[in-house]
Design a protein. Sequence first.
Length: 324
Amino acid sequence: MMRILAGILLMQVACIIAACSTFAPGNPGESVAGTWQAAPSTLYARAAHAVVSDGAVVYALGGTGVGGKPVLAVEAFDGTAWREVTQLPGAGLNAPAAALLDDEIYVIGGFNTVTNLPSDRVLVFDVRTRAWSEATPLPQPRGGHAAIVVDRRIHVIGGGNSQSTLADHDAYDPHTGHWTSLAPLPRSEGSPAGVAFDGKLYAIGGRSGPRDFGNVDVYEPATDTWHTGPPIEPRGTAGAVVYCGSIHVFGGESQADGTSLDEALRLASTGSWQVLPPLPTPRNFARAVVFRDSVLVIGGSPHPEPSHASKGSAVVERYAENCR
């Protein structure tokens, strides 16, 4: 008995040291442990930026950094180090959205420089030729939205303009160059997290004015309708990815508490949110991306700031699970 108790105690100590968490995601006896590690920092501090990955390289674009100034450098991470590969056209963007499709990165909308004046431009960066071009502009300017690829179309949801938050939902077809207006979000919201999962689009959290939302809304492309998913604690500016066959949510901001969040959550097969080991560095604008066998949470701001000129950070942290 003493040996058994000692073994349990050693396991608990090891789990604390490794910052791991275990939970049952659905099947009896099945457990998942997640761990965090520091990863190479970006060259430039960023918040209110965008990140994308093609599986081989991660790209960080836009946002604001040191002194709250726009970051024009576009960085690429190959698993070893970050390097500057190009510059964002124009004077800078904060809170744009980005999506990668067929070796092209679409940088969509955003607020111009550090203002609350939104852009309707869609900038396109070809990762093979390193050349920039422009696609058909957004139906109307917006920033603080999410962009998600579903069935080879880029869906843009939520965000805001200089007067109000938006419920707008538009989809861009790169093959035709046309935007299509689709069923709007159930409410107007800026800074939602968005992912494509099981052929559906998930809009997670978001905010409007001083209010944060914990709603999870699920869009069905076949019927152009939304329905309600499992809610989370209210937050905006969180990051979300699909990893190990499940939706994961990282960080964000609680305006009610005036804090950047360190929470990490996973949507289990049971339909409930499971708590994961927390982010080592709490962050709003916690931009997350799947890279190889882990998730990178890139940049963001440890301290909430109400302006469009967040100082950001260069912190990158890697989260990994034993996917089975």
